[in-house]
Design a protein around this ligand. Structure first.
Ligand code: HEM
Length: 150
């Protein structure tokens, strides 16, 4: 590279580096990092994932009894909004909080794990990379104490 260009490029690279490093120091995501919502493919992809996932749950004899009287379209809408919001998307979840939504259902650890298995099956089917799968499960996993045996 000629020296003139280099003189211009060097400060730019330096500023970009400081920006990313600075954000990380402040515990923020670097500005260049796409949200998990975007990396999952946005609203259409998320809706397709939730559709397939709820289909898996409905076919899963281990847990489908819980959903016998469920309002499936509303459940799907709420799941899309919840995951969209939780992954940094532009939605607002307006459903019940997780403790209230699952209260008195007697959901066990095994039931919870079965549902997560059904979700992972969908994520694999949609070729969601391991990193994004891990991030999504890292958001949903901590909800477990609010859902199990409440
Ligand atoms: C991370 C795991 C889970 C998440 C994120 C989740 C999320 C939700 C959401 C958003 C709703 C709708 C709340 C509303 O209507 O306002 C819901 C309802 C419900 N969930 Fe879960 N849930 C989880 C695990 C489970 C498990 C393990 C079971 C049972 C095996 C279960 C059974 C139900 C049932 C039966 C309903 C009520 C559906 C209806 O009556 O329409 N959920 N859940």
């Amino acid at each position: 590279m000629n020296t003139m260009l280099w003189k211009l490029a060097f400060p730019l690279v330096l500023i970009a580096g400081l920006l990313v490093g600075g954000c990380q120091d402040m515990g923020m995501k670097p500005m260049m990092q796409k949200s998990l919502y975007d990396r999952l493919g946005g609203k259409d992809a998320l809706t397709a994932v939730v559709d397939d996932f709820v289909g898996n749950v409905a076919a899963d004899k281990r847990i489908n009894g819980f959903f016998a009287k469920a309002d499936v379209p509303r459940l799907k809408r709420n799941l899309v909004d919840q995951i969209c919001q939780g992954t940094g998307g532009p939605c607002v979840y307006t459903g019940k909080d997780m403790r209230t939504a699952h209260k008195g259902m007697g959901i066990t650890d095994a039931d919870f794990n079965a549902l997560v298995e059904d979700l992972v099956k969908t994520l694999n089917k949609f070729n969601v990379p391991a990193k994004e799968q891990g991030e999504l499960l890292g958001i949903l996993g901590p909800l477990k104490p609010q859902i199990v045996n409440q």
